[in-house]
Design a protein around this ligand. Sequence first.
Ligand SMILES: NC(=O)c1ccc[n+]([C@@H]2O[C@H](COP(=O)([O-])OP(=O)(O)OC[C@H]3O[C@@H](n4cnc5c(N)ncnc54)[C@H](OP(=O)(O)O)[C@@H]3O)[C@@H](O)[C@H]2O)c1
Length: 351
Amino acid sequence: MDRQRISVGILGATGAVGQRFIQLLEGHPWFQVAEVAASDRSAGKPYVDACTWRLPGAPPAAVAGLQVLTTEGPFEARLLFSGLDSSVAGEVESSLAAKGHAVVSNSRNHRMDPDVPLLIPEINADHLEAVPAQRKRNGGGYIVTNPNCTVVGLAMALAPLHRAFGLESVHVATLQALSGAGYPGVPSLDVADNVVPFIGGGEEEKIETEPRKILGRFADDTFTDADFRISASVHRVAVSDGHTMAAFVHLRRPATVEHAIRVLAEFRGEPQERQLPTAPERPIHVLTAPDRPQPRLDRDREKGMAVSVGRVRSDGNGGLKLEALVHNTIRGAAGAAILNGELLQARGLLS
Ligand SMILES: NC(=O)c1ccc[n+]([C@@H]2O[C@H](COP(=O)([O-])OP(=O)(O)OC[C@H]3O[C@@H](n4cnc5c(N)ncnc54)[C@H](OP(=O)(O)O)[C@@H]3O)[C@@H](O)[C@H]2O)c1
């Protein structure tokens, strides 16, 4: 083990998001994977045998031989990244926070808790002010979450517009990739040559609520949602990775298309200021070609950590229309959580 780097554990390490964590943390300058955990089905086996690796190449040698633990641990790593199935994530993450761990989770269970930050570090790093109260309650441990994969793309595109012009309401139709459902996900006979206008697990509700917490305020120990409405309609499409969304945005103050493009393209936050290892140089890439963004061509911008926005145009009625694209298992999941972990370290919240 490299003594210079911080040992971390991965919960749900065998799943789609868990594998992304392990792939993205290979060679990470600050963190190294020291512990992996999954269900009883996997526990006790070497990682390489417990997991069917579905990313290109093979699991990194340093992780392949780790014995998979149950989620009860015990874990030596202070920082635990979670890609656990939501049927178990709620209880497991609470219990590990109560044991003093910093749990950085992808799962939906704790996102809307009144003292848990729902973090996109470029947008609401100040929401980490909710952590000290959790630490006090838990004897040092706490939970920080990242949003639903689609919400990362939507909130990123909305944040600069909200700051510059104020959001009144947003309508959004999504086209979501298959990997968003984990493995094996949607049966091939349901999705080949088809579009499914439904995604379970409360997907539309998450898209309609999470951005309001993210763009809201934390003051006097309380989160207050941003005051705008969102209406969402979701679709599963036969794309492997990359969630696309068409957003229709009504603003409180008038915006020209040129001004909107400028605030989107110039958007930066604390990860860029601090030059965190996983931070994209530009969180939003504004594309001007009339037929972009496209998942196959644009999802891997800045190693999958940048959101692509295109087709920014007027709706002819004082509002804007745009398309946004996010890599759902990188910026929308494991990469987002790793960036959150880096921000915790940079702000001294891992000691
Ligand atoms: N896929 C995405 O794009 C995406 C994006 C954002 C957020 N998320 C969220 O991230 C989480 C993981 O999603 P995923 O797509 O990676 O799912 P997945 O591929 O089904 O993986 C689930 C993981 O949870 C473990 N697990 C399942 N039941 C368990 C139990 N009873 N006790 C302990 N561990 C258990 C599995 O271990 P075994 O292999 O041992 O069964 C596996 O490691 C979910 O909460 C999901 O909503 C996913």
